[in-house]
Design a protein around this ligand. Structure first.
Ligand SMILES: C[S@@+](CC[C@H](N)C(=O)[O-])C[C@H]1O[C@@H](n2cnc3c(N)ncnc32)[C@H](O)[C@@H]1O
Length: 281
């Protein structure tokens, strides 16, 4: 089977299974199986796949047909121009979270050597990217779970990011030390009801990275009230939020004394980030 035939066959099977992005995904799968770049594929599309590549392709298509996430199959994913290893046990970085990155970098742009705390760090995509974009920052990443911490450690090394990675339970206010100019978090925020209706791919991601309690606000409530003592004067707290959570999160930040609380929309025009500053600590 040639690369071109394999690509067409993959597209056909993914489309039939109702996978929305079947063209994009088929390209990614063929690149992964052959190890070729986009340009190489364009010039080598009449080449035959060898037996190993063909067997690998068959297994990958089978995995996708049961909706195992493409990102876990490929094993790495791009976030804000940086590459992160991903796999079972860790949340796949989402492009929505790039909006949170924009807000963080705006907050840090005039600071000399800011201290940053990334709570519920997962792959480390937020904290590691901040360190990559703002090299003078002193960044600490906190997560409770071993699998996530292993990915964060591997990803920090892969991206040459000199960050501190700490195991800690955010709901017990662990992992912070001293004062921070920015505390950022994309915590688990799915409500108990919505946990029952997850997309098939998301069901393969760890529940511990998704479930945010009955109303989805468990982590926001705790972080806004218990971590504010770790913010430096004029420090910023920035959250990613789920659909329809921005008003409630903004309100609970205000109730905790945060000022200039603002909401930022993502590329799909959905309220995605809520952030504010704490003046009087
Ligand atoms: C929504 S994921 C976000 C991961 C990453 N920040 C991102 O944006 O892709 C939430 C993360 O919170 C971690 N987590 C869940 N409960 C926690 C807790 N009690 N304390 C610390 N981390 C926790 C999960 O392991 C997961 O990595």
């Amino acid at each position: 089977m040639t690369i071109f035939e394999a690509y067409n066959d993959c597209k056909k099977q993914l489309q039939a299974a109702g996978i929305e992005d079947y063209v994009f995904e088929s390209k990614q799968i063929i690149k992964h199986v052959t190890g070729y770049t986009n340009t190489q594929i364009l010039t080598k599309y009449t080449e035959n796949l060898n037996k190993f590549q063909q067997d690998n392709l068959t297994v990958i298509i089978k995995q996708r047909l049961i909706r195992y996430p493409l990102q876990y199959i490929i094993g790495r994913w791009n976030f804000f121009g940086y590459e992160f290893f991903v796999g079972p046990g860790v949340l796949i970085p989402r492009s929505d979270t790039e909006t949170l990155m924009d807000v963080c970098l705006e907050t840090l742009k005039d600071k000399q050597s800011p201290r940053v705390l990334d709570l519920c760090a997962g792959t480390g995509c937020i904290g590691i990217t901040i360190k990559g974009e703002c090299t003078a920052a002193d960044v600490t990443l906190v997560d409770k779970y071993e699998e996530a911490l292993n990915y964060a450690t591997k990803n920090a090394l892969h991206n040459n990011a000199d960050v501190k990675i700490v195991q800690g339970d955010v709901l017990k206010t662990e992992g912070a030390e001293g004062q921070y100019d920015l505390i950022v978090s994309n915590p688990p925020y799915i409500t108990d009801a919505d946990m029952q209706t997850l997309q098939p791919e998301v069901k393969f991601e760890p529940t511990t990275a998704l479930a945010g309690g009955e109303d989805g606000l468990l982590f926001y409530r705790h972080i806004a009230s218990e971590y504010k003592k770790y913010l430096a004067p004029n420090g910023t707290l920035a959250f990613e939020v789920g659909i329809n959570q921005s008003e409630q999160v903004a309100k609970l930040m205000e109730q905790n004394g945060f000022e200039n609380v603002a909401v930022r929309k993502d590329y799909a025009e959905i309220d995605r980030v809520v952030f504010g500053t704490l003046k009087n600590v």
